[in-house]
Design a protein around this ligand. Structure first.
Ligand code: BGC
Length: 911
């Protein structure tokens, strides 16, 4: 079923809601006045005016800027064409949807076949709830790229085949622009990493392009608008290639140095020039390029970089450089058959972090402290004599003597010799005055940098700056509460999340940089509540499809050079294949990823079904890094298996695959029964021995029979009380516990756990100075002690759900309908949650006023909400100071009132 059909189903209840709330609307026009609405936030493939996309039916999305109560879209019309002025006047030479009666704001392009290398302009007209036309949107654009591998003209070139050669290669060629250039695009596909230069200037501000994929299955290309960098007459193109994950020279326990795709980096480039007269010329990579080794003597995505400024060749990437001594390039085979556009948010140096404190230990040793833990690089400036070598050792902690301690993060590194020290850049000065260095093709996880030199140098706090790097996903969630520790936990969670987002989600930015599946599905909601990251997950799920074995098995880390098909890849980890597409659907209302992964999810669950016909499976790691108690792996793994089958069944229904729906619904029921038969004691309402994880997991993932839910939840609350309101869970339990409590009447208990400041808790880390989340509960643990892990990060989502009470409705996903259920938990005086949903800003903000609560709600245009307001007996609900009566009371001892809200701002007082 298409997204369009879905709307048809949901339109009916939406109109019923519209009728019920007509009184609210009338009130709104007087109380709030009218604002003329307008379609805004036009995006294509979830990106703003993207360049170089390959999708032949791209997704177009928008939202309304309309603050009136009841603002909604009753109809829309899209106009797409190649002439921006014509499009702005409503003339389409490619597609007009015609005026369609629909509230849909995610529509696939359905016009003439798109052509490569073409800029398309589009605009949206929308009609409001009364059929009145809104102001027409501004014109947005998308530009197609290659669209088909056949359109590449350049050749894959490199300097060598030697994978052990250390220095990074430069490539260059100059050319004469025949006529006046109107526009120019560089298309560059790389196995490895690159920096591209035109006439001496670095192109763009991306870092670590292209993103890591399984290079022998899918290679990404990037499109750059380089018009402004070119000049008439002679021009030069320069390329510096790095190893990245393509040529992993460092040796560690995951054997990336033995990856089947490994090779000396190689690239293919088409520089497409469009001249003023409309003619096109393409400058390509080929035998007319020259190559030389660069001053970048060594680069490893995993460890560090070594750079010798004495070997710099000034002007190497400019037109008049003399490259007579440079070598010829060689041709190379294409690394994979699939060369596709990189259509996702790029990695950038997102935040500049100056040194906070600085210590000179002696004339050749300095320690810089950024004051917070990050993923990224340091930039050093120094002066010294030629040949002075600065060693920049990066780490997350210090020894008592003030030196950088890497013992928590270098444990899986297996260096051969001493030439590739862990997280340690080597910068050799040329002696030519003020010099600086920042790695090109590496990043690290660190807070401290110890700089040592072989000759005395004078450094100051200003000599070193940190750059927080990550996929530059726009922040879309905001939280503010009366508890500073909670606010810091949220911030630290986001720091850990971003530190682990580099075109794929990772476990940690230092010790591994692995795309650990389990960590990623645990963090998916934290990610999506806080950042607009769907594009990264769409790319990563393509990595999943590349890595899946024909029998459905997925590796524990994705991408992988082969490691991880044998260990740690049970359903508790690799359920990413189902859980991530499902969440993308819930948060964006976009079923593309579910449809793309449908067969993969099916193969995956069919495999488990074959292996475990009883419905129970012990395949998995279980509740990883627990505080103390260990829950049965069979219970947790079978629950994830159940979750995957349930998602598959729901997806089958969504996609109109009725037979699959029936089959997988029955399978899900069977698994649920098998789990309950073995682990649930129906007399005592206990699962297993009644541990926190044993009780939370069935509650959260929907295994508990309806009639026993409140008893199981009461058992969980008692268990937590017996544990002194502290956590006794590992990775799987942290995902479930807070939700299991707050969804079942124990929000206060959940909050008590969430706000603890003594061991074991998130707050314990914070009061001990954490600025990111850790991998282990004890701060002085002896193993599993990365200080920048996202795997305990569900709390960053739970704060939105369990306290702010903002949730997507699976029946009308993408926040077309919002489920609002705030919890005014004991211990908090106010809590303000804001979320930029696909329809616009959602706000759920409450504060205590005397004995009552003031509660502000914002429902975005074209969306509706069901708000469930906790009301104590004897309390009444007012909205804008008037009694609010649209409640569906729940029996006589009502403890909450449920209202259906149209879009707009509401000011409730519960008194
Ligand atoms: C990673 C974890 C991961 C785990 C699974 C660790 O080394 O850092 O986050 O999920 O292994 O075994």
């Amino acid at each position: 079923m298409s997204a369009l059909n879905l709307t048809a189903i949901f339109l009916k209840p939406a109109f019923q809601i519209a009728r019920i709330s007509i009184c609210i609307l009338l009130m709104a026009t007087t109380a709030y006045g009218q604002t003329a609405g307008k379609p805004v936030h036009l995006k294509c493939e979830h990106l703003v005016n993207p360049l170089g996309i390959d999708a032949n039916k791209p997704r177009l999305t928008w939202r309304l800027d309309d603050s009136r109560r009841g603002a909604a879209q009753s109809a829309y019309q899209l106009t797409v064409g190649t002439d921006s002025i014509a499009v702005s006047q409503g003339q389409a030479n490619e597609w007009t949807s015609g005026k369609l009666t629909s509230g849909q704001q995610l529509v696939r392009y359905a016009g003439k076949p798109l052509r490569p290398f073409t800029k398309y302009y589009w605009r949206v007209e929308a009609w409001d709830q009364d059929g009145v036309k809104l102001v027409t949107s501004s014109v947005a654009s998308f530009e197609t790229g290659m669209m088909d591998k056949k359109n590449w003209q350049g050749s894959w070139i490199s300097d060598s085949r030697d994978i052990n050669l250390k220095p990074a290669p430069y490539f260059r060629r100059s050319f004469q622009a025949a006529k006046k250039i109107k526009s120019a695009r560089a298309y560059i596909a790389v196995a490895g990493l690159y920096e591209l230069y035109i006439n001496g200037q670095k192109v763009g501000n991306h870092r670590l392009d292209p993103m890591y994929t399984r290079f022998d299955r899918r290679t990404l290309y990037v499109t750059h608008d380089v018009t402004s960098l070119l000049q008439s007459g002679k021009n030069a193109i320069g390329v510096l290639l790095g190893n990245g994950w393509y040529n992993h020279q460092s040796t560690a326990v995951w054997y990336f140095h033995e990856a089947p795709w490994r090779g000396r980096p190689t690239f293919c480039l088409d520089l497409r020039l469009t001249y003023d007269d409309g003619s096109v010329e393409t400058i390509t990579s080929g035998k007319d390029w020259k190559t030389a080794l660069s001053p970048l003597l060594f680069n490893s995505i995993y460890t560090a970089e070594h750079y010798d400024a004495r070997l710099e060749q000034p002007g190497w990437n400019t037109a008049n450089f003399d490259d007579r001594n440079w070598k010829d390039v060689i041709y190379r085979a294409t690394p994979s058959e699939t060369i596709v556009a990189q259509a996702l948010q790029p990695i950038r140096n997102v935040e500049r972090i100056p040194t906070k404190t600085f210590k000179k230990l002696n004339d050749t040793t300095y320690v810089f402290d950024l004051g917070r833990n990050i993923a990224g690089v340091s930039h050093i400036r120094a002066q010294g004599s030629a040949g002075t070598v600065l060693r920049l050792k990066h780490g997350e902690r210090l020894y008592p003597n003030g030196h950088v301690d890497q013992s928590n993060i270098d444990v899986h590194y297996r260096p051969v010799g001493t030439s590739d020290p862990f997280q340690t850049d080597l910068f050799t000065l040329s002696g030519k005055g003020d010099e600086s260095f920042m790695p090109f093709f590496n990043y690290k996880g660190f807070q401290y940098v110890e700089v040592t030199s072989n000759k005395a140098v004078e450094l100051t706090a200003a000599s070193l700056t940190g750059y927080f790097m990550h996929s530059d996903v726009p922040p879309i969630g905001q939280l503010k509460s009366s508890n500073p520790t909670i606010d810091k936990i949220w911030w630290a969670t986001n720091n850990a999340y971003l530190s682990n987002l580099f075109g794929y989600p990772t476990d940690c930015p230092q010790r591994e940089k692995n795309g650990w599946t389990g960590d990623a599905h645990i963090a998916i909601e934290t990610g999506l509540y806080n950042f607009d990251g769907i594009t990264v997950y769409e790319k990563w799920l393509a990595d999943h499809r590349d890595e899946q074995q024909p029998n459905g098995v997925l590796p524990a880390i994705i991408p992988t050079g082969g490691w991880g098909y044998e260990w740690a890849n049970g359903p508790d980890w690799t359920s990413t294949i189902a859980i991530i597409p499902w969440n993308a659907y819930l948060f964006y209302g976009d079923s593309t990823l579910l449809a793309d992964c449908y067969d993969n999810i099916k193969r995956y669950v069919d495999h488990i079904n074959e292996q475990s016909p009883s419905g129970l499976t012990e395949w998995g790691l279980g509740d990883w890094v627990p505080v103390k108690s260990k829950s049965p792996v069979e219970l947790t793994s079978s629950t994830y298996y159940y979750t995957d089958v349930s998602i598959l069944a729901k997806t089958a229904k969504l996609l109109g695959k009725e037979a699959d729906y029936a089959y997988y619904s029955a399978l899900a029921d069977k698994i649920k029964s098998a789990i309950n038969a073995k682990y649930l004691n129906r007399q005592t309402a206990q699962y297993g021995t009644g541990l926190q994880t044993e009780l939370s997991i069935p509650l959260y993932w929907g295994l508990v029979p309806e009639e026993l839910k409140s008893k199981v939840a009461a058992n969980l609350a008692r268990r937590v009380e017996a544990d002194n309101f502290h956590l006794d869970v590992g990775l799987l339990g942290t995902k479930a516990i807070l939700n299991a409590l707050s969804e079942n009447g124990y929000a206060d208990v959940a909050y008590k756990i969430a706000s603890q400041e003594t061991f074991p808790s998130w707050g314990w880390w914070i009061v001990n100075g954490a600025t990111t989340l850790y991998e282990n509960w004890p701060i002085d643990a002896k193993s599993d002690i990365s200080m920048n892990h996202i795997m305990f990060g569900e709390i960053g989502a739970w704060l939105f759900k369990g306290i702010g009470g903002i949730k997507p409705d699976p029946q009308r996903p993408g926040f077309k309908h919002i489920l609002l259920k705030p919890h005014y938990v004991t211990g908090l005086n106010h809590f303000d949650a804001t979320y930029e949903s696909p329809y616009g800003t959602i706000r759920s903000s409450w504060k205590r006023v005397g004995k009552g609560i003031a509660y502000t709600v914002v429902v975005p245009p074209n969306s509706t909400a069901t708000v469930d307001i906790p009301v104590a007996s004897g309390q009444r609900v007012f909205e804008s100071k008037k009694p609010f009566t649209q409640a569906s009371q729940r029996g006589q001892n009502a403890t909450s009132s449920t209202y259906t809200l149209q879009s707009g701002t509401y000011q409730f007082d519960i008194e």
